[in-house]
Design a protein around this ligand. Structure first.
Ligand code: SAM
Length: 325
């Protein structure tokens, strides 16, 4: 019997399993991390391709079934099973992650992996189709969102395979896609908290102009509060965070992004509070709007900004002493 809440949809198509393993480019020297091995259809081929497999499985009955499957075979001494919730356990060293995961953990898992150190070579993961399309979305695409911008800052992402729901037993309600995530080395020199702070504000109303977003009273008062705090502390920031700080900020991020309803924090444009009219003109407001003017950002919209644009905007803000964390 399968548990819906654990997202237990078993891959039944052996050709598809072969294709995933082949596209992942596992080397015979690799330690492979598998998440949610279930009954072990993928695990078996990972064991044949790599040096060893560490499999993290939540369901104790699946763990037993998995161990029983490989017991007494030459593969068993190269398999280590960890029983537990992958989001709660410390991950061991691995070269490559290959997994057919339960979709409800997509976002926190992606950022947990990207926060893991040392960085792995790549992760080849089955996601719900829409989540996969958000990961790869480019400026101007309908699905381009905070998830796209943040994951693409930290990694190169490519779409590998479309997978129909009938490849699984029982079939899930949605189609799937296999995606390759390759962490960037070195990581771009940004303070990730600052970066996400800016991106979050911009995507909160992704089709509004930045000019109107940064005229909102709530946004201005948040930024002014940060500004005054930093001035009071006389903190001089160098603009980039160290790797440990970066990893912490990245792993925290996954929990702030919903998986299935990723628009949850994008508000309806119609609904936009009319507080821009109320925001009093002030010295600080002028300071913020001047930054936008400086980079010609006033009439631009988050939905069409590329990574380099966000970087540029962040550096202009930071130069003016305006911070997002
Ligand atoms: N890999 C198998 C396959 O392709 O046939 C099964 C994939 S099934 C979609 C997801 C598996 O992840 C299930 O075995 C489920 O018990 C397990 N799982 C669910 N939540 C988990 C979690 N938080 N940590 C680790 N494993 C989890």
């Amino acid at each position: 019997s399968f548990h819906k809440s654990k997202g237990q949809h078993i891959l039944k198509n052996p050709l598809l399993v072969d294709s995933i393993v082949q596209k992942s480019g596992i080397k015979p020297t690799d330690t492979v991390l598998e998440i949610g091995p279930g009954t072990g259809n993928l695990t078996k081929k990972l064991l044949e391709a790599g040096k060893n497999v560490i499999a993290v499985e939540l369901d104790p009955r699946m763990v037993l079934e998995l161990q029983r499957r490989f017991q007494g075979t030459p593969l068993s001494n190269r398999l280590k099973v960890i029983q537990g919730d992958v989001l709660k356990c410390d991950l061991p060293y691995f070269d490559i992650c290959v997994a057919n995961i339960p979709y409800q953990i997509s976002s926190p898992l992606t950022f947990k992996l990207l926060a893991h150190r040392p960085l792995f070579r790549c992760a080849v993961i089955m996601f719900q189709r829409e989540f996969a399309m958000r990961l790869v979305a480019q400026p101007g695409d309908t699905l381009y969102c905070r998830l796209s911008v943040n994951t693409q800052l930290l990694s190169r992402i490519s779409h590998l395979l479309k997978v129909g729901r009938n490849n699984f037993r029982p079939p899930p309600k949605v189609d799937s896609s296999v995606v390759r995530i390759e962490p960037r080395k070195p990581l771009p020199p940004v303070n990730f908290k600052e970066w996400d702070g800016l991106v979050r504000i911009c995507f909160n109303r992704k089709n509004k102009t930045l000019g109107s977003i940064f005229r909102q009273k709530s946004v201005l008062s948040l930024l002014e509060k940060n500004y005054k705090t930093l001035q009071a502390l006389q903190l001089s920031q160098d603009g980039s965070s160290n790797d440990a700080e970066m990893a912490m900020a990245v792993s925290a991020l996954g929990n702030t992004l919903g998986d299935l309803n990723m628009d949850a924090d994008e508000k309806d444009d119609e609904e936009m509070d009319l507080d821009d009219a109320n925001a009093k003109s002030s010295e600080f407001k002028d300071k913020v709007l001047n930054v936008l003017k400086q980079g010609n950002f006033e009439e631009r919209r988050a939905s069409k900004l590329a990574q380099a644009d966000f970087m540029h905007l962040l550096s202009l803000f930071n130069k003016a002493g305006i911070h997002f964390s």
